[in-house]
Design a protein around this ligand. Structure first.
Ligand SMILES: [Zn+2]
Ligand SMILES: [Zn+2]
Length: 253
């Protein structure tokens, strides 16, 4: 029971911080010169979106209770060795993130899914922190598959999942989502190699394509979906390569 309560507390404290952070961005002038987009954010939009955000927090509570309770005996609170901490933390970060990349990309590439599900998140084209939770409930639930799969993988191969790397992952993942939806110039992210910065995700919200990764931007580089602004136009690396190839073919003809 303690394990489930601590997990829930991490999520709820992070989201409470997210609410305070969002409120401060909306109602103080402290961050005005840090905003990435010049479009002004209307506070009324945030209050209109808050019921869905609240509903998703309720789903988060129910999912954490329902998902962890039946497998709680697989979790241990024993202090992990450094090696256990590192590999289990890395497994959660990487598997969840690669899953998120493909899940998010598919939400854009499948027009039906985009129109019916993912478009809701993109109503926030100029987001503030807590709007990482402004998503269709089905998308929100679908996004948890990577975490459940990693926990199952560790649990079945090792016989137990150590809580400490799991909690560290939950904390980092949550705070990172708040930062990349802040709409403000990156504070910490820009100093961490391969980390998805606010600039990276904010451009995705502004252009509605490319830059699908969340925590690690290298997935976009690897699969050529990273966005570049060339001659005032925003294109993915794959589109730029294609254009370069066409120009070469024209020149050779
Ligand atoms: Zn998207
Ligand atoms: Zn987003």
């Amino acid at each position: 029971m303690k394990i489930v309560i601590i997990t829930l507390s991490i999520a709820l404290v992070c989201n409470l911080l997210g609410f305070i952070y969002s409120y401060t961005i909306l109602y103080s002038k402290w961050f005005n010169n840090k905003r990435l987009q010049s479009i002004k954010y209307k506070p009324s939009d945030f209050w209109e979106r808050l019921p869905l955000i609240g509903f998703n927090i309720l789903l988060l509570i129910l999912f954490t209770l329902g998902g962890m309770w039946p497998v709680k005996d697989y979790f241990t609170m024993e202090a992990p060795s450094v090696l256990t901490f590192i590999w289990q933390f890395a497994a959660f970060m990487l598997i969840d993130d690669v899953y998120f990349y493909f899940f998010h990309r598919y939400n854009h590439e499948n027009k039906w899914l985009y129109k019916k599900i993912h478009r809701i998140h993109h109503k926030a084209f100029n987001p503030i922190p807590l709007e990482y939770l402004y998503v269709h409930p089905l998308e929100w639930m679908g996004g948890t598959v990577g975490i459940a799969a990693t926990a199952a993988l560790i649990g079945f191969t090792m016989g137990e999942i150590n809580c400490w790397p799991f909690w560290a992952f939950a904390l980092v993942r949550n705070l990172h989502e708040l930062e990349i939806h802040s709409g403000l110039k990156s504070i910490f992210s820009q100093y961490i190699p391969f980390n998805g910065t606010t600039e990276h995700h904010d451009l995705h919200h502004a252009k509605l394509k490319g830059n699908y990764a969340s925590t690690f931007s290298f997935w976009d580089k690897l699969f050529k979906t990273d966005l570049h602004i060339v001659d005032g136009k925003c294109r993915t690396k794959a589109q730029l390569d294609e254009m370069g190839q066409l120009q070469e073919e024209k020149a050779a003809a």
